[in-house]
Design a protein around this ligand. Structure first.
Ligand code: BCO
Length: 598
């Protein structure tokens, strides 16, 4: 924990960003022992690359021909989605050893376009099997054969469900056994992503129906294009070449048809060739077969300064009037100039009622997308700023909270700094971060230790550093917001306080641990208080292994506390030892009390 966001900075977050960046820069020059230059960082990344020989890994490479491209000689996204779906399905079926269907494809952000003559490589493997479903991770990269350059195009996660060929019954999948550290991390994070996936639709519905999202101003634009003009309706007859090896309509083909109508709708608005940037999750709600008619509908929902949201819906029917809703997606397009910069776009005049609703919902989705991009894509080494918490970004913040802690725990280069009475203190120096891990053995069952430690309001009873801890808000069964007061890390400083998001997770299956992840957030209802410095926790928390009597506590310190910490490592070791001895006593003493009340 460390002090940083002061009273005035609350009002001027942008200024504080600049200050923190410059502070980091000056720390960087002083703390050469902690910081690494770019070369060293690269080397470190290479060292961390592990050779995987996962039995479910499948690779596909394709040279891009003109027949795969649009009028700009760029690979059509629909074609790429077909290759992604096939590669991922092969991984899934290799694991399941029975036929699999695509249930969903998570949000995809295309970072680069791929041009004719270049080579696209797709790599997929099963990250985790649940019951009858499994998560497949997919990486797409591109290679220019003439310059030898390689670059990342996108990554995606797809969920496949397995069914018995003859009866269509669900099959219980054998578990994946992750081997490398990276595979273990992906395995563990897959459970958290599944949670986000399952909540995705409900969260969006909830936010839209309960009006948590402020409605946008209904500004009239003089050059607005009528939404009606962008409407596309197209029918496809599912023929044998459109089916997969199970003789159902091929998922990649459905996605390609959806991209096709969405592109027409976006082109009608901008009157040029738009580029598809992002797709919000595809959900395959039900199958379709040869002979089905697929009705594809698309319309521009809203046009922002430099992006367009198109909504697409796919319905299947044999006889008119018996339409089944089989898929929906939202796609975001941009128009790029000759330098690859987004152009300013015409605005949209929505149709009354339904069109107005879609227009407002697109504003809401854009906010959610931006939150998600900021929170999920934030790298651990980037300047840590508390993100404002709100119901809209809660699910991404808690994903980030858990994944940051699990990522920290999976780092390889922890160094043992001190050991006393089975309390081991490890440290890890990485780029601008210094992290600590305390490992200790506990003589209570893991679930009991988890339940006792998850009661954060009790922490002042065993941790002298926590002077006060109050629950502010219970977000759901697993996520809570707390206000914590601690003494200052400065010898003569004033108290610090923190607004913490605590994400508490029980194991989802074998190989998982109990997790209590903590990170700072900003809450408008709790601005910095008089007489306290508002501090920030980047990443902290407990990981308790289910099978061993081992508990690890992690805390990541930013450069700003390094001078205080590094000047007194011996004092720090003693503090950690005292706190975790006291923690063990607390767990043992409360074990019986807990069991009586459980
Ligand atoms: C070569 C490429 C492969 C293809 O072309 S496949 C063709 C395109 N895909 C399709 O046609 C699939 C159409 N959808 C369906 O058949 C069904 O909706 C589907 C996916 C089987 C699920 O059926 P449900 O009756 O809803 O099944 P269920 O509720 O019992 O759940 C079974 C397991 O599936 C999971 N699931 C269902 N919908 C999901 C989603 N949207 N995203 C992620 N996971 C999802 C669900 O969690 C459950 O998992 P588990 O069994 O607990 O591991």
């Amino acid at each position: 924990m460390y002090e940083r966001v002061g009273h005035k900075q609350w009002e001027r977050l942008e200024l504080s960003k600049i200050r923190v960046f410059s502070h980091l820069a000056s720390m960087a020059s002083r703390k050469s022992a902690v910081l690494k230059n770019n070369e060293e960082e690269k080397q470190e990344e290479e060292e961390e690359e592990e050779v995987s020989d996962s039995p479910t890994e499948v690779k596909m490479s394709q040279i891009i021909m003109p027949c795969h491209c649009n009028h700009r000689q760029e690979l059509c996204v629909g074609q790429l989605l077909k290759w992604i779906d096939i590669t991922a399905c092969l991984s899934a079926e290799r694991h399941a050893m029975s036929p699999c269907v695509t249930a969903s494809m998570d949000d995809i952000n295309f970072e680069h376009t791929i041009r004719v003559g270049q080579v696209v490589s797709i790599k997929s493997k099963v990250n985790r099997a649940f019951n009858s479903s499994m998560e497949v991770g997919i990486q797409v990269s591109c290679e220019d054969l003439f310059s030898g350059h390689h670059w990342k195009v996108c990554h995606a996660y797809a969920t496949f469900v397995t069914q018995r060929k003859e009866t269509g019954e669900r099959v219980l999948l054998k578990p994946i056994v992750p081997e490398t550290q990276k595979e273990q991390l992906e395995y563990s994070l897959a459970a958290e992503r599944r949670r986000v996936r399952m909540l995705h639709d409900d969260i969006i519905k909830d936010l839209l129906t309960h009006g948590c999202i402020q409605q946008g101003d209904s500004v009239e634009f003089s050059n607005a294009v009528a939404a009606e003009k962008t409407k596309v309706e197209s029918v496809e007859l599912v023929l044998p070449p459109h089916t997969n090896h199970q003789v159902n309509t091929f998922g990649g083909q459905i996605m390609a048809w959806m991209v096709n109508v969405a592109t027409i709708a976006a082109s009608r608005l901008c009157q040029t060739h738009p580029t598809l940037r992002t797709i919000d999750m595809f959900t395959f709600r039900g199958p379709s077969q040869i002979g089905d008619r697929l009705l594809l509908k698309a319309i521009v929902n809203n046009a922002f300064t430099d992006s367009i949201e198109v909504g697409v819906r796919a319905e299947a029917y044999q006889d008119l009037g018996t339409n089944r809703h089989i898929n929906s997606a939202f796609m975001i397009f941009e128009v790029l100039d000759d330098h690859g910069k987004p152009c300013t776009l015409p605005r949209l005049q929505p149709e009354p009622l339904e069109g107005e609703r879609r227009f407002q919902e697109a504003i809401a989705r854009k906010k959610i997308r931006l939150d998600r991009k900021y929170i999920i894509s934030r790298k651990q080494c980037e300047v840590p700023l508390s993100v404002p918490w709100n119901p809209r970004n809660q699910v991404y913040l808690s994903y980030n909270n858990v994944s940051t802690l699990k990522t920290l725990a999976s780092r390889k280069k922890w160094r043992l700094s001190s050991e006393k009475d089975k309390v081991r203190l490890y440290s890890l120096e990485e780029k601008t971060m210094l992290s600590f891990r305390v490992d200790t053995e506990v003589d209570v069952p893991a679930h009991t230790a988890f339940s006792l430690l998850a009661e954060l309001c009790n922490r002042p009873s065993w941790d002298t550093y926590y002077q006060k801890c109050d629950l502010i808000h219970q977000v759901d069964d697993d996520d809570f917001l707390y206000h914590v007061v601690t003494p200052s890390v400065h010898p003569k400083g004033i108290h610090q306080d923190f607004i913490l998001l605590a994400s508490k997770r029980r194991p989802c299956g074998s190989g998982d641990s109990y997790v209590i992840a903590l990170r700072s957030v900003l809450l408008t209802s709790h601005p910095p208080t008089e007489g306290c410095n508002r501090g920030e926790v980047l990443c902290a928390g407990f990981i308790i292994q289910d099978t061993k009597n081992n508990m690890s506590y992690y805390n990541q310190a930013s450069p700003e506390v390094l001078p205080y910490i590094s000047s007194d490592i011996a004092g720090l070791s003693t503090s950690f030892y005292n706190i975790f001895s006291s923690c063990r006593e607390y767990l043992t003493a409360n074990r019986l009390h807990f069991q009586r009340h459980a």
